[in-house]
Design a protein around this ligand. Structure first.
Ligand code: ATP
Ligand code: MG
Length: 444
C-alpha cells in the first residue's frame, strides 16, 4: 500500500545531509503558545503510536515569537488511520486526502507525510512543458515531506515526542537571517507551482523578510507562468495576499516584481498610463484601510477590496462609454461587465462578490444626485454604507470633490428634520456631477 512511508528513500532526496535537531532548551517554542486543539491532536496521534509534528506557518511563527494563524499537523499515519484515531474527523480532498479534525468551529488539518510525485512518476508524465506539476503528491517519509515544501522556513517540524525542532533544509538559519529561500532550484520550484512566487511576496511583506537573491532574480521574469494557474486558485491566493494585514507592502512588491500585471492586467494598464496621482492613491488608501481593519481584528469584505482594485479601469471604461453618448447607468453596467469579464479570466471572483462590487460601483454616480427624494432613497439602499466608504476614499484621493463626501457624512449625522433642509436646492440633479467627473480624466 502506498500509504506507508517507504524505506530507502534517502537516496532520492535533494540533500543527504543529516538534519539538525534543536532540543527543547535551545528554542523558544512552548506548549503554552500552541492551541489546545492542536496539542490534543498531536498527543492523541503520539499515544496511538504515530509520529506527530507541527509544521509550516505555525512553527515558523512561533519561532519568530509571532502568534500563528493556524496550526498544521504532519504525521506518518495515513488519512484512514487518522480517521480511526479521531471521531471528530473528516477526510477531505479528492486528489490528495487530508484529515480535518473538528473541534466546534476550529479545524486542525492533519496531513500524511508526502513526497513529490516527481520521484515516482516515469519521465515524460511528470509535468507539463512549462514544468508545472500535474500529478499529485504521494505519501513519503518526513524527509521527503520537508523537501517538497516551498521555503526553508516553512519546513521546520516540532516533534511532540520530545518537543524538539527538526530542520532538514536550513530553515533555522534562514529564520535567523530574515531570509526567504526556496528549497531546491528556485526556477524549477517556481515552474512546478507558480503560486510560490505569490507566496514569496506574501511572506516577504508579512514577515519583513528578504527574498534570497537567487530566488528573487527569477521573479521578475516568470510572472507569465501565473497565466497557467487556475483562476479559482488565484482567487484564494489573492485574498491571502491582500487580507493578511500587509496589503500595501504586498501590492508594492507585486508591482515591483512585475507580478501584479498578471493578476490584474486592466488595473496595471490603467495605473501605468495614468497622468494623475489619484488612481494609485486611491488603491493605496483602500489597501491601507484594509490593513488597519485586519490589524484591529475588524472584518474586511473581499468585495470592497476587489471593487477598489478594479475601480480605475471601470471608471475609465465608463467615461469612454459616456463620451460615446451612453447614459450613466447603462454605461456603468457595461463598464463593469467588460472589466469583470476580462478580470475573471485571470483571477476568478465568485458571484457573491461581483454582485456587491457592481452595486458599490453603480451607486457612485448616485451620490451626486441629491435633489427631491433621491438622497433619502440612497440612504436606505442596503449597500449604502459600503458605497459611501468607497466615495470617501475617492474623495480623499482627489478623484471626487471632498465637498460631496462631506455632505454625505453630514447627511447621515444630522437629525431627520435637518436632512430635508440639506436637500433643498438640489432640484436639478446630475449637472455638477458631470463637471467633477471630468475633472481628472486626462492631461489638462
Ligand atoms: P500562513 O501563515 O499564511 O498560514 P503557511 O506557511 O502556514 O502560512 P499554508 O498555506 O497554510 O501557509 O501552508 C502550510 C504549509 O504547507 C507551508 O508552510 C508549506 O510548508 C506548505 N506549502 C503550502 N503551499 C505550498 C506550495 N505551493 N508549495 C510547497 N509547499 C507548500
Ligand atoms: Mg498555515
Amino acid at each position: 500500500m502506498a500509504t506507508q512511508p517507504k524505506d530507502g528513500v534517502t537516496d532520492l532526496l535533494p540533500s543527504t545531509e543529516t538534519p539538525s535537531v534543536i532540543p527543547r532548551p535551545e528554542h523558544i517554542i512552548s506548549r503554552a503558545n500552541i492551541s489546545e486543539h492542536a496539542l490534543k491532536v498531536l498527543y492523541r496521534l503520539k499515544n496511538a503510536g504515530y509520529q506527530a509534528h507541527l509544521v509550516g506557518g505555525g512553527v515558523r511563527d512561533l519561532l519568530l515569537g509571532r502568534e500563528p494563524k493556524d496550526f498544521d499537523v504532519a504525521t506518518d499515519a495515513s488519512p484512514e488511520q487518522v480517521k480511526q484515531v479521531f471521531r471528530n474527523c473528516r477526510l477531505i480532498g479528492r486528489r490528495f486526502r487530508l484529515a480535518h479534525v473538528h473541534f466546534g468551529r476550529d479545524i486542525i488539518e492533519v496531513a500524511t507525510f508526502r513526497a513529490k510525485s516527481d520521484d515516482q512518476a516515469g519521465a515524460g508524465e511528470r509535468s507539463a512543458d512549462n514544468g508545472m506539476l500535474l500529478r499529485d503528491n504521494v505519501y513519503g517519509s518526513i524527509e521527503e515531506d520537508a523537501f517538497r515544501r516551498d521555503f526553508t522556513i516553512n519546513a521546520l517540524y516540532y516533534n511532540i515526542e520530545d518537543f524538539s525542532v527538526t530542520d532538514y533544509t536550513g530553515g533555522i538559519e534562514d529564520l535567523a537571517q530574515g531570509q526567504l529561500r526556496l528549497i531546491g532550484d528556485p526556477e524549477e520550484r517556481y515552474r512546478e507551482d507558480p503560486v510560490r512566487m505569490l507566496r514569496a511576496v506574501r511572506f516577504a511583506a508579512k514577515l519583513g523578510f528578504n527574498i534570497a537573491p537567487e530566488c528573487e532574480q527569477p521573479l521578475t521574469r516568470l510572472g507569465p507562468l501565473l497565466q497557467g494557474v487556475p483562476a479559482a486558485r488565484l482567487f484564494e491566493e489573492v485574498l491571502k495576499l491582500f487580507m493578511a494585514g500587509s496589503a500595501v507592502q504586498t501590492f508594492e512588491k507585486l508591482r515591483h516584481y512585475n507580478l501584479f500585471e498578471h493578476l490584474f492586467p486592466a488595473t496595471e494598464e490603467a495605473l501605468a498610463h495614468e497622468d494623475h496621482a489619484f488612481p494609485i492613491t486611491f488603491v493605496l488608501r483602500a489597501l491601507e484601510n484594509t490593513d488597519r481593519r485586519v490589524q484591529a481584528d475588524k472584518p474586511v469584505t473581499p468585495a470592497f477590496l476587489y471593487a477598489a482594485v478594479l475601480w480605475e479601469p471601470v471608471r475609465l471604461r465608463q467615461l469612454e462609454l459616456l463620451d460615446a453618448g451612453v447614459p450613466e447607468t447603462p454605461a456603468m453596467d457595461q463598464a463593469a461587465t467588460s472589466v469583470l469579464t476580462r478580470q475573471v479570466q485571470h483571477v476568478a471572483i465568485p458571484k457573491r462578490f461581483t454582485l456587491p462590487m457592481r452595486e458599490i460601483w453603480g451607486l457612485q454616480h448616485r451620490f451626486a444626485q441629491r435633489g427631491g427624494q433621491r438622497a433619502f432613497r440612497l440612504l436606505t439602499h442596503p449597500r449604502f454604507r459600503a458605497a459611501y466608504d468607497f466615495l470617501l476614499l475617492r474623495a480623499e484621493s482627489g478623484e471626487e470633490e471632498l465637498e460631496l463626501a462631506e455632505w454625505w457624512t453630514r447627511f447621515q449625522e444630522v437629525k431627520p428634520e435637518e436632512r430635508a433642509e440639506m436637500v433643498q436646492g438640489f432640484g436639478g440633479a446630475g449637472r455638477r456631477r458631470r463637471r467633477s467627473r471630468r475633472r481628472n480624466t486626462g492631461p489638462e
